[in-house]
Ligand binder design. Structure first.
Ligand code: GDP
Length: 433
């Protein structure tokens, strides 16, 4: 069974929370007395899934002194766990000891769910919100004592807890980056794929322990192996028949879902169509890194080029952040620019802005360009944190309602300041009362 460790400073309520998780069925599965510490493991179940919970509460009276003991117990438990619930006392806020544990958690690289305990009333909610500052993602407000919020917290745990430890082996961790080559019929997807596959090496997949979807192809480009997902539908020319568009769009959606980066092919010789826009929107909404490639460049005359630029401005202004390459699958023009563009987009997609830097930037921005006054009040952005990557997600805390125009302004400035080329970014604003 997968193992969940519950760690945190003394008196934050770890044991109470563990009792909640196991539903007070204190069935001790393992009891391993150590020399100076004991670890107690329970079996728990939530939403039909079973896992083990390690209570580290017994280590609190370590002779090493409180801080050393917290670090030691955390380190020890984290090492053996598949996921960690880190408990912080929301009433007290993050202490130096908490910060020290956060550093340990980072180093260990295990998935962490942050529980902000002792949130018994409304005011506690905003106390919990401050714990975004720990950089561990969303704080889950809970009251271990009353049971409030523990269900939501456990849902979050199940999301990060592997089914069984073995299953993490051979899954997508590491492995080649996944590209979805998409675009409406006849833009040249199959030609482009053939071009890159013929000029470069198609890698015969021999990775031990991994199962590969036969419709994915491994192709080495620029010295790196990439996985082009769902290529069967690209190579096999589907003869146009009724409903073909519908299936093509389903296939596009499936490919985007499996990929990290979408390379969207547009036929530059024709007007940008509604279908092209739909495909772009699909990739943005799926939160994928994105590169736009304008194909059939060999056929363009000066006039068409002029109109194409105007069309790109009006139709794709919203995705001006996507790297652009002008290619020809026929002649091979600018094919070498494809990989650097993909790498740029993936880098943007994975960018993480440290909380300190983000808030220094937001502080200056808000001071120089305050939100317009509304109803005699001036809503302010108080604090922000990057809640995630792939794509970058930000949560901003504000003192009042922030208008859409101002949100767009913040997004634009964030893009200018940090390297978010080739990636959508999500910004959500929470209003603190
Ligand atoms: P798919 O449906 O997106 O896979 O498109 P195909 O690769 O089958 O290409 C559709 C048509 O466009 C074929 O007749 C190709 O020869 C042609 N085509 C593809 N790329 C180019 C290009 O860069 N230049 C020109 N002139 N024709 C191209």
């Amino acid at each position: 069974l997968p193992v969940l460790a519950v760690v945190g400073r003394p008196n934050v309520g770890k044991s109470t929370l563990v009792n909640r998780i196991i539903g007070r069925r204190e069935a001790v599965v393992e009891d391993k007395p150590g020399v100076t510490r004991d670890r107690v493991t329970y079996e728990a179940e939530w939403s039909g899934r079973r896992f083990k919970v390690v209570d580290t509460g017994g280590w609190e009276q370590d002779v090493l002194g409180i801080d050393a003991s917290v670090a030691a117990q955390a380190e020890y438990a984290i090492e053996a766990a598949d996921a960690v619930v880190f408990v912080v006392d929301a009433k007290v806020g993050a202490t130096d000891t908490d910060e020290a544990v956060v550093r340990l958690l980072r180093k260990a690289g295990k998935p962490v769910v942050l529980a902000a305990n002792k949130v018994d009333g409304q005011s506690g909610e905003s106390d919990a919100a401050y714990l975004w500052g720990l950089g561990l993602g969303e704080p889950h407000p809970v009251s271990a004592l009353h049971g409030r919020g523990t269900g939501d917290m456990l849902d979050a745990v199940l999301e990060v807890l592997p089914d069984a430890p073995e299953q993490t082996f051979g899954s997508a961790v590491g492995g080649p980056r996944r590209i979805a080559l998409i675009g409406r019929p006849n833009v040249g997807k199959s030609s482009l794929l053939n071009k890159v596959a013929n000029e470069e090496r198609v890698v015969v997949n021999e990775m031990a322990g991994t199962t590969r979807d036969p419709v994915d192809e491994l192709i080495e480009l620029g010295g790196v192996t990439w996985k082009f997902v769902d290529t069967a539908g690209i190579r096999k020319r589907v003869h146009l028949q009724q409903g073909a568009d519908y299936y093509a769009s389903l296939r596009t959606a499936a490919a985007v879902e499996k990929a990290e980066v979408a390379v969207i092919l547009i036929d530059a010789s024709e007007s940008i169509s509604v279908q092209d826009q739909r495909i772009v929107t699909m990739a943005v909404e799926a939160g994928r890194a994105m590169v736009i490639a304008y194909n059939k460049w060999d056929t363009l005359d000066e006039e068409r080029r002029y109109y194409l630029e105007r069309e790109i401005e009006t139709e794709f202004g919203q995705v001006a952040w996507a790297p652009r390459v002008n290619v020809s699958a026929l002649t091979g023009r600018h094919m070498e620019k494809l990989v650097p563009a993909i790498e740029t987009a993936l880098a943007g997609w994975e960018t993480r802005v440290p909380t300190g830097r983000l808030n220094a930037f937001l502080g200056e921005l808000v001071a120089a360009h305050p939100h317009p006054i509304r109803g005699g009040k001036q809503p302010r952005i108080l604090f922000g944190t990057q809640a995630g990557t792939k794509p970058p997600r930000f949560v901003l805390f504000a003192s009042g309602f922030i208008e859409a125009g101002y949100r767009r302004f913040i997004e634009r400035r964030l893009r200018e300041e940090f390297s978010f080329e080739g990636t959508p970014i999500h910004i959500s604003v929470r209003v603190r009362e």
